[in-house]
Design a protein around this ligand. Structure first.
Ligand code: HEC
Length: 159
């Protein structure tokens, strides 16, 4: 009787251990993705536009406030654009939807070609980092077509 129970316990742990290990491995991979996404966001300059006050703080804005968009508009021949709140955006999309946005042309001054030229893994890791940060902040103002005067503050490109 005791033997059977021991055998059962042994069998159960043999089955559970690989599952636990796979779980840890998944977590470690996720952590790697998040770390890489964070690094990319910092060195690719995404915060310059998508984080309010990042440049003027010499990149010292607390991480909890990163990538929530900005109310500083960019006005030029294309109209006026506002850097999107990437935390709200990524947290409203599946990973697959995010990947589909990779090659989509955005209006200036978004360097959309940097996303196009990025490899899929890096682009995915940015998504995972944004999901890790979680949704926060408010949506940025909607695009204004050319000829409409935007509310202050905005940067004006020469025509
Ligand atoms: C020079 C300013 C600037 C920089 C730098 C910048 N962005 Fe943007 N980004 C914008 C603006 C402005 C928009 C809104 C464009 C529009 O309305 O079409 C935007 C839009 C986006 C969008 C939404 C595109 C869509 O399909 O609606 C994504 C995603 C994005 N940026 C990601 C990034 C990432 C990731 C980085 C860093 C690699 C980055 N941006 C760097 C200004 C910038």
């Amino acid at each position: 009787m005791e033997d059977t129970m021991k055998r059962k316990a042994l069998l159960t742990s043999c089955m559970i251990a690989p599952m636990l290990l796979a779980g840890f491995e998944g977590q470690a991979k996720d952590r790697g993705s998040i770390r890489n996404g964070r690094y990319l966001v910092m060195i690719a300059g995404c915060n310059d536009c998508h984080t309010k006050g990042y440049a003027s703080s010499d990149g010292r804005t607390p991480e909890s406030q990163w990538l929530m968009g900005d109310d500083l508009g960019w006005n030029g021949p294309w109209g006026t654009t506002w850097p999107v709140n990437l935390r709200l955006l990524a947290n409203s999309m599946s990973e697959r939807e995010w990947m589909r946005a990779k090659d989509v042309k955005a209006r200036p001054p978004m360097p959309w070609y940097a996303l196009r030229d990025m490899n899929n893994r890096d682009f995915r890791d940015i998504y995972r980092y944004l999901r890790h940060l979680g949704p926060a902040g408010r949506p940025s103002p909607d695009f204004l077509p050319p000829g409409k005067t935007p509310p202050e503050p905005y940067v004006r490109y020469p025509r």
